[in-house]
Design a protein around this ligand. Structure first.
Ligand SMILES: Nc1ncnc2c1ncn2[C@@H]1O[C@H](COP(=O)(O)OP(=O)(O)O)[C@@H](O)[C@H]1O
Ligand SMILES: CC(=O)N[C@@H](CCC(=O)OP(=O)(O)O)C(=O)O
Length: 255
């Protein structure tokens, strides 16, 4: 079983949570891939530089200046900090962005009503599965950031949930895959403020109801859309859970 685990900006932003998570991740048995975002930290970094972050439907409008900042933040300091901490925890991690080993090739999002700038979309051809297989079979743990590239060598900012989902589907032709989205809530909640309201399982029909009643909103909608696409495409299991429960059953299972 290959485990693909994604962590978001809420965990990365908090030094203690990240350190604790990386210790827990190092205990995950078998082949594994860590995909990380870092959107929250990128917002802070952009603001410090006098650039106002712009998001539409959970996707960042990425002009050239923003691309330079987020590339440095995701593929640079964040990715290398995670890899270094995993090495300390005896995991032989290797940092990967899209162009490294031609790991993930995207397509610049076409301009329709909104110009997202240098944002990458992925498709079923995007992942170099043989490259990941080679790393995993040699005992290495890929740590994948949110930067991809296109056929012209243009770097592209790509949502980290999309990267983990696309990787899970592509690698499910080579491994049995379990995808786990880790963040800073227990899972999908009936009420985000109430810890006792965890929804332990969601199927397509209950998701439609939760959306209609606005129980799920914001970043949770693209996350669940990704999760349902993945489960339909041959990935064995998809869960959404708190980063501290990466090795436990507590969380939301997609069915
Ligand atoms: N029903 C819900 N249960 C849990 N989180 C929800 C729900 N509805 C909306 N959210 C929001 O979705 C966010 C998770 O999406 P996002 O910020 O994209 O995640 P990530 O931390 O992985 O980047 C949560 O922080 C929460 O504010
Ligand atoms: C195009 C796009 O939106 N890219 C994301 C990539 C980072 C990400 O996905 O981070 P989280 O998982 O922490 O949200 C962004 O720049 O915010």
């Amino acid at each position: 079983m290959l485990k693909i685990i994604k962590i978001g900006g809420g965990i990365i932003d908090d030094e203690l949570s990240l350190k604790q998570f990386l210790q827990d991740f190092s205990q995950v048995e078998g082949p594994k891939i860590l995909v990380h975002g870092g959107g929250r930290g990128a917002n802070e970094q952009l603001k410090r530089m006098g650039i106002e972050p712009k998001m539409i439907e959970g996707r960042r409008i990425t002009d050239l200046e923003t691309l330079e900042v987020v590339t440095g933040f995701y593929a640079g300091v964040t990715n290398k900090t995670i890899v270094a901490n995993l090495q300390v925890n005896k995991v032989n991690a290797v940092g990967i962005s899209g162009p490294d080993g031609n790991a993930i090739r995207g397509i610049k999002r076409p301009v329709k009503t909104i110009d997202y700038g240098f944002v990458g979309d992925l498709n079923s051809e995007s992942v170099n599965a043989e490259f990941f297989e080679m790393l995993l079979r040699n005992g290495l743990t890929p740590v994948v950031c949110a930067i991809t590239y296109d056929e012209n060598g243009q770097l592209l900012n790509t949502n980290a949930d999309t990267i983990s989902s696309t990787l899970a589907v592509a690698l499910s032709r080579h491994f049995e895959v379990e995808l786990i989205f880790c963040f800073d809530k227990l899972g999908v909640m009936k009420d985000v403020e109430d810890e006792s309201s965890l929804i332990s399982e969601i199927d397509w029909n209950s998701y439609q109801e939760l959306k209609a009643n606005q129980i799920v909103s914001d970043g949770m909608i693209p996350k669940l859309d990704n999760a349902f696409n993945v489960i339909k495409s041959g990935v064995k299991s998809v869960q959404i859970k708190h980063a501290s429960h990466v090795n436990s059953d507590i969380g939301t299972r997609i069915s």
